[in-house]
Design a protein around this ligand. Sequence first.
Ligand code: F6P
Length: 353
Amino acid sequence: MHIGILTGGGDCPGLNAVIRAVTLALVKEAGARVTGIERGFLGLIERRSRPLDAAAVVGILAQGGTILGTHNKANPFHYFGAQGADVSDQAIAYARELGLDGLVAIGGDGTMAIAHKIALRGLPVVGVPKTIDNDLPLTERSFGFDSAVAVVAEALDRLETTARSHGRVMIAETMGRYAGWIALEGGMAGGADVILLPECPYDLEAVAARCREREADGGCTLICVAEGAKPEGGEWVVARTVVDSPDPLRLGGVAAVLAHQLQDMIKSEVRSTLLGHVQRGGSPTPFDRVLATRFGWHAAQLVRQRQWDRMVALQHGEITSVPLALVADRNRPVPPDHPLLQAALGLGVCIGR
Ligand code: F6P
């Protein structure tokens, strides 16, 4: 058996832990050959790969990023290097030339969508859910999320001490695209007074009122805002457009906009901090190392059992798998009745209403 592995879309902590687990499980348990495809689907298109074995994955468990490299635009069905041409035949031909019996694709919704289309074209695929945003459907967690939340919690801890010293309002902006998971969990872990999510458009006056309440109590205010949060009836703040990306909008800047608006409505000084790619870098947390390892081992079992066109998933704390077709191009917002959101409301956290 000869299996390819690739990492697609944005990087995140834990990718190397999955590469390691898939490689070790396939080599040691199945005596398989493993080939790493470089820079996501770009490697299949541009014929870039390298052999992986037990020695190649030594010491990578705790390493951030991906040893294989990744790409957030390379789509064989819409290749940016050839003005949107369908070069999937070329990609599949390279996989056949390598003698691959199947592919393990580690990525987010875009990668899963491509993986499903590739599987329908006859190259068997197993998917592994990656994203710090935690917004993939049918899995309670994607690896990378816990590491991002840890960064947000630490940032809020640090912002709180300086906010308290000056009696300021501090706003931290998290990533997460159109889902508020990082802001919700990071905000709760960091004790934020206000948490603003894309799923609950906010009323600026309600946010200002909470800051004034805190002023009246002689306290500072910590606000954790998701990059996808927007005011009632308002729009997202877009940092840039990445032409040829499956989702061209890059959100960013809502914290600065909010700071500017709030400053005119309250007495305290307001400052904003954009956490940005710091949330995606560095070593995975122990939770993510273990989740990524479990996902990787399970993906290898699916490969061995030839259960193709499926993505490994975490459901009720157990690793299972779901059809790629049900995951491709979909995402998972924070539901209004989510227990952590209910707890936040119960504890008096302002969610902008
Ligand atoms: O999907 C992961 C993510 O980090 C989002 O939270 C963020 O909006 C986006 O990727 C940033 O993408 P890029 O690295 O292309 O700026």
